[in-house]
Design a protein around this ligand. Structure first.
Ligand code: ZN
Length: 285
């Protein structure tokens, strides 16, 4: 088993165990594990929807056209009750990452950066040397508020307090709160380190001067809503799906199709342009 899978499963297993052991007596270990699991799935799913589906494909690459109210609801709910990520800074960093992939100017990682350096950069990325996030929606009040550091601190403090009051035990809430953030850091490392290091995964396209790799196993693809298929994505960043072959498992695409079914999203012209060398007969969207 690959090191990123071992680490991922180990984090999930330790989180569950820690929830069982720290659960207060009035809940007991099994209810404690159940509550921990629900909180974990809530944060993971909402975070994936917000980052991979909405911010990434909806705003940063404009491959998908979401209902504006839906974008704003997901942004506010995720940043209030889930894991906070500044939307404007994220879109800017992501566009710079595509423009300079693995080279100076990429805020995520330079080609020579190793595991620990990239881990540090997940928390303290390189300074952005350009502003590529001038989109109208990012100038809206909702996004300006969500990107404000005061909102970040207050919303995270409020969500912590709310969870504490709901389960009635400080230690238990701390375990869940810190645990899900360790998992989020692993997700970040999958994307910034393991799929941007040539030692892992495979490359479908070889003409780019970057280290973007495809990793296709169940856990990383599910955890990141398919953001593990980086080589595909860096080759055609505008395409609305990251899998370029029917054999590639694509959880993120399933969630987008589900939102399309509910009328929350449609494709943009950029998103549906299927290049000839992508081995998909049809986009299937
Ligand atoms: Zn991208």
């Amino acid at each position: 088993m690959k090191i990123y899978n071992i680490t991922g499963y180990l984090i999930i297993f330790s989180y569950m165990l820690a929830c069982m052991y720290s659960a207060p007596a009035h809940l007991g270990p099994w209810t404690g594990m159940l509550i921990g699991g629900v909180y974990f799935i809530f944060c993971w799913f909402l975070g994936g929807l917000y980052l991979a589906d909405v911010l990434h494909l909806g705003i940063a690459h404009r491959s998908l056209d979401y209902k504006e109210w839906f974008i704003k609801v997901v942004t506010v709910v995720n940043n209030s009750f889930g894991l906070y990520v500044d939307p404007i800074a994220w879109v800017n960093r992501h566009r710079l990452h595509h423009k300079h992939s693995d080279h100076p100017g990429d805020p995520n990682k330079l080609s020579g950066d190793g595991f620990w350096r990239t881990l540090y950069l997940c928390v303290m990325p390189y300074q952005c040397n350009d502003n590529l996030a001038g989109d109208e929606i990012l100038k809206s009040r909702t996004f300006r508020v969500a990107a404000n550091p005061v909102f970040a601190i207050l919303s995270q403090a409020f969500s912590f307090y709310l969870s504490w009051k709901l389960v009635g035990d400080l230690k238990f809430v701390l375990v869940m709160w810190v645990g899900i953030r360790i998992f989020a850091l692993w997700v970040n490392m999958v994307q910034n380190y393991w799929t941007h290091t040539r030692d892992f995964g495979y490359r479908r396209y070889n003409d780019e001067d970057d280290n973007a790799m495809n990793i296709g196993e169940w856990l990383p693809v599910t955890a990141t809503f398919s953001a593990y298929l980086q080589n595909n994505h860096h080759h055609y960043p505008g395409l609305l799906r990251l899998s370029h072959d029917k054999s590639e498992y694509d959880f993120g695409f399933v969630t987008v199709k589900l939102m399309k079914y509910f009328g929350l999203v449609k494709a943009t012209r950029t998103g549906t342009e299927l290049p000839k060398d992508v081995p998909l007969g049809a986009l299937d969207f």
